[in-house]
Design a protein around this ligand. Sequence first.
Ligand code: ADP
Ligand code: MG
Length: 891
Amino acid sequence: MSTSSQGSSNRNSNSRTSLKPSPNLKSKPTQRRNTTTTATSAAPKDHTTVPGRVRVAVRLRPRNAEESVADADFADCVELQPELKRLKLRKNNWDGETYEFDEVLTEFASQKRVYEVVARPVVESVLDGYNGTIMAYGQTGTGKTYTLGRLGEEDTAARGIMVRAMEDIFANVSLETDSVSVSYLQLYMETIQDLLDPANDNIAIAEDPKTGDVSLPGATLVEIRDQQSFIELLSLGEAHRFAANTKMNTESSRSHAILMVHVKRSVKGRDASHSSENGNHPHMVKSLKPLIVRKAKLVIVDLAGSERIDKSGSEGHMLEEAKSINLSLSALGKCINSLAENSAHVPIRDSKLTRLLRDSFGGTARTSLVITIGPSPRHRAETASTIMFGQRAMKVENMIKLKEEFDYKSLSRRLDIELDKLIMEHERQQKAFEDEIERLATEAHHRISEAERNYADSLEKERSKYQKDYMESIKKLEEKFVMNQRKNEDSRIKSSSEVIPGVSAEEMADLKKMLQKETLLRKAAEGETNNWKIQVAELKQSEASAKSEISKLHKMLEDEAHQKEKLEGEIAILQSQLLQLSLEADETRRHLDGGGFDKEVGGRDSLTSQIKHQQQVSGNGAKPSIAKLFEQVGLQKILSLLESEDADVRIHAVKVVANLAAEETNQGKIVEAGGLTSLLTLLKTTEDETIHRVAAGAIANLAMNESNQELIMAQGGISLLSMTAANADDPQTLRMVAGAIANLCGNDKLQTELRGEGGIKALLGMVRCRHPDVHAQVARGIANFAKCESRASSQGIKSGRSFLIEDGALSWIVQNANNEASSIRRHIELALCHLAQHEANARDMIKGGALWELVRISRECSRDDIKTLAHRTLASSPAFQAEMRRLRLSH
Ligand code: ADP
Ligand code: MG
């Protein structure tokens, strides 16, 4: 708190005087002007752009905890393209408008980055001697205070613009020669309060009529000498603001907080040498090398919340308050407009806020505006109005609405590049992998055969050596044996003549010795054999381990193959997404070219003309890339994606299939590959409305062809479509389903079955949706059905009342016979004519009021062919003739 007391002492000496020129400058307000002009002509670094042009950045706040839950199922209402400096405001999932800003800051933008793009240029120009303003505008809760006012005491990275600006200023001034002083104010209901001295709550604005300089002589002005005192001052101001608002029972979001930083710098004349002596004694050297004093003011305004508060007004002074707040904000908007348009009159006097900002506007001043928005689709309207404010501030009178086409193109290009990279990487990996496998396999092979060879060699060697030894010992033994025998014989001969027992004992001893030696030799041979046996076992073991290594390698090979398959799957998904994007881009382009789907006239024609259009578009160069992708991905792969676990992939896949199904040339292939069955299955297995809509659209297109119609019927298509119709709310889904059934209604062979499975009831059920496109499809279905029925009756295949009448369609038909939409009316007129051709229907038609409609058609239908048909039908029906006579009607 020592700072605040220092602040008050400074306040006493500075507050009343410092905004006026100091005595030695007092006589030369023009000198300041001149210095400013000099600086301007010296081409300051940051004024290359149009002077006075308001720079506008938009900053998106991340979802907060409440939004993460409440908006979990919804996309953000904006989509940012920071690299293009664009922001797209979504209308719905497909549609949106794109705006350009000087900077687009995403929810990930750091406070440092925000400071650098929004505030640094302004601060730099303030240091150069120009007034500057930084403002934050936006709905309450979108991050104005976060952007401007955070102190960042707990986390340096969180420091807001005010704190960072002051740091930059301190880094660039020299406290010996320069001064920095600060006022902090609140503007509430056109009253200025001093946040540094709460008792001071009605400060007047003084304007110098000659120079136009604005000052607040009554406001506390504290000279700041270090960053810490500034932080303390801001906290003090914030505390006072809180207390004041509690007292007045308001929220700070209703008031504007204004920080004014006065920077006074002494700079030397152009040729002055850099000497601190000069700097310290300006008076002494004034006559030789005058010091130029540059004074500039940085104003940082945390504006009141831009939301229209009249919505919530219930308290007593709310209305007054609303007016006052809107007064300042709207006056600000008008001034920015006038300045940007270079208009002669800038309505600065309209509010205190604009009067305060007067000398920050125009000429050489630099103004930066950051508009803050939130992501929630629930606040789309407020977000839109904030964006408009920002756009006006950028002087974009007719707002830049960019065609979405471009965005798709760039996205598609990016995806393309990514895809190519993936393909390349995959190819590389695959090659490296195959090489590695091959190398490992050869190596293993070599090792095994070498081991086998070694083993066989050494086995053979040992065996032959052993055998040789063995043979030799045997031979020796035999020789000895023979020798002994001979000796024995000799001695027997001798002993027969003369017996010498001592000799025989000697020889016995010799023989024993030899026997012992042989026994030893045999044992050694046995030991060696054992050794070899062990070696053989070892070799067998190493063979087994080589085998297990091979099987491990096999396993790796399988894993890699699996991985490859997965990668291929991912590539297919990416390709299908790309394909989808290209198709969507085509569609958007078509839309933008004015060929919008909804603008089609005839219900029957809309599907066919859609196809034609597609063909036209694909004829214009889009086709090669789609066809290429189609080829690359393969229909089978796309169809298999319809069953993907991932809902997004399913949606993409079904869109791709639907777009392909819109081209007649693809229809046969799709059906052949089982696509129709997959689409029908999707109606049953998924609950996703988008999938239902797109799948039904695809089925409707496939149902244009007679053999497909039979296939659809055979696969239970009617009950699937009826079920989809019963559960759908989206008019476009209903329109697609009705279109599909209407196509089936035109098949002579399917009449009874279609009706039997509830097709007509389903059709009629869809009129609960009031959308004219749905009604047009229903009417087309009824007309188709009536036509086939009438053909069947005249061929004698059908007798009795029309199924349409039996299923209760007549009253809807009569009600809509004169519908103002010609796409509905024409079909019903035809249906009535067909129904009237059979006497079996006449009684019901008369009772239901259809006769009146037929008479009207026969008199005033604008299409001559239908008029004549009605006339002829009436004339040929005895029942109608009798009734007309009774009613004295003629036609
Ligand atoms: P405002 O001043 O426009 O009414 P605040 O600055 O008070 O809005 O922000 C409202 C809430 O949103 C605060 O809790 C703030 O911390 C949080 N917030 C705002 N902007 C951001 C951001 N860019 N990142 C994280 N939180 C933010
Ligand atoms: Mg705030």
